[in-house]
Design a protein around this ligand. Sequence first.
Ligand SMILES: NC(=O)c1ccc[n+]([C@@H]2O[C@H](COP(=O)([O-])OP(=O)(O)OC[C@H]3O[C@@H](n4cnc5c(N)ncnc54)[C@H](O)[C@@H]3O)[C@@H](O)[C@H]2O)c1
Length: 416
Amino acid sequence: MLFPAGSWPTDQEDYPAEAPVTTLDLADILDSGLPNPTIQKPKADTTSAAWTLLDEHQRNRAADASLRSRIADRNLMSRTILVTGGAGYIGSHTVVALLERGHDVVIVDNLSNSSPKAIDAIEAITGRSVVFHEVDLTDFEALGTVFEQHPIEAVVHFAGLKAVGESVEKPLWYYRTNLVSTMNLLEQMAAHDVWELVFSSSATVYGDPEVLPIPETAKTSTTNPYGHTKLIIEEICRDLAASDKRWSFSLLRYFNPIGAHRSGELGEDPRGIPNNLVPYVMQVAVGRRDQLEVFGGDWDTHDGSGVRDYIHVVDLAMGHLAALENLEPGCEPFNLGTGTGSSVLEIIKTTENVTGASIPYEIVGRRDGDISTSLADPTKANEKLDWRADRSLDVMLADSWNWQSKHPMGFDDQAE
Ligand SMILES: NC(=O)c1ccc[n+]([C@@H]2O[C@H](COP(=O)([O-])OP(=O)(O)OC[C@H]3O[C@@H](n4cnc5c(N)ncnc54)[C@H](O)[C@@H]3O)[C@@H](O)[C@H]2O)c1
């Protein structure tokens, strides 16, 4: 699916009917976050793939609106939500979803892996303001002052370190940051009479899974300090819920989040060399890196490369909204994934189709600790949270590309 210049259907707001369309701009196709675009008739040479993508964007937006309105029917209250790590990749998209739902948001982030420009982007996208505190969660006193200043009613906890390889090299740093942060947060919550928490866990807690797709009941085990911190935090939450019936925890086990906000103004902006496949592939597509290394071409999969369950970050953000609104006393894990897998080679091929760029790659040896396939069974979240991740791989990668091509150097290129 390569979109030739001038073949895109466009929003009328961008181009009056009589104006010729001469340039290729993905943002036109990706509806740019405009409230309710009216679509021009396609030009004769418009590819059906372009229409399929545009149709899907409109369906996705309708699905998000429907989820928001189902949630609003159940619970009309707007609340004040503390989002730790809200300037980061998943956190910032979730803050957008919370603000669009009508909640007030307080962000705590030390900006160790994010930019304050993400907060500007959140405000520009939503037309609402957020309160931001540059605070490190390992600082117990500073965190306490945030709770004292705002009427916080629930917390979504993203803040933490997340690179598996780095955690093997610097385990103490990972244990201190992830565990001390979370214990400080839980103590301050209890001290300020806040008992609702949605926690960013990970599919990494399933280790090398014995069953595919993986249900929440599958055995948990991890192979690295990062994964251990996720499992330990899950246990802490379970123990707290057992000790005091006021606690409500939702443990969200994410599979592989990719994609970006459809405006192209918010996306994944890793510091240094990306650890994850899609940011790396996008940096090759945009010319920041020469080629990709594919770790292992002999896995037991249909094309020999590893298979993962990729989920659009906006679908993931909506999953947090659904989890928050469905919190119940106790502690429940939920898989957030699509239930469908894509291989590394399929990601490369689809990226080439969506971007028109060639992605040179070399198949090299497997990495220690990698697994062949990871696939979510999302049935529990579909049923209990009334939530579903529907965005296709084409849309995920087109949105990633929209962000990357608008901001080749991430948020940093917005200076001046
Ligand atoms: N991205 C993924 O593939 C993925 C998959 C599964 C789980 N997760 C989990 O989801 C959460 C968010 O991931 P992300 O991809 O958005 O990462 P991210 O690095 O973009 O976001 C994390 C945010 O937390 C902040 N932070 C880190 N340590 C902090 C501290 N001590 N005090 C205050 N702020 C701190 C960082 O500055 C950053 O803004 C993490 O807990 C991660 O482990 C991510």
